[in-house]
Design a protein around this ligand. Structure first.
Ligand SMILES: [Zn+2]
Length: 111
């Protein structure tokens, strides 16, 4: 088992879904979502699909380009990171952007 060390969060819909999925205790709705999709919109510059997520207080923005070479940003106040990721779709880019985010946070924890 891995110890649960995060702040608990359960949405109203989450409590309903857990009531269907769990055989044991179902937690009541509590807390603020640690990960939220803030926006899914066409870019204001070129119209490409963009998503903006807030993850544990960091903003993750990615922009899916037709050639598959897509820009990804993390913003946190004055601190910013940027990379280019190869992706075949917006869904693939989202998965890779979240992986890049986790890699960056692991590196930040190590320093
Ligand atoms: Zn574009």
């Amino acid at each position: 088992m891995v110890a649960f060390t995060r702040v608990p969060f359960v949405s109203g819909a989450g409590a309903e879904a857990l009531a269907e999925l769990r055989v044991g205790h179902v937690p009541a709705p509590t807390g603020d979502a640690p990960i939220t999709l803030l926006a899914r919109v066409p870019s204001d510059e070129c119209g490409c699909p963009e998503e903006l997520w807030r993850i544990e207080g960091f903003d993750l923005l990615f922009h899916f380009e037709a050639d598959g070479r897509s820009e990804v940003f993390i913003f946190a106040g004055d601190w910013e990171q940027e990379t280019t990721l190869e992706a075949r779709s917006l869904d693939d880019l989202r998965a890779k952007a979240f992986q890049w985010f986790a890699d960056i946070m692991d590196t930040a924890d190590a320093n």
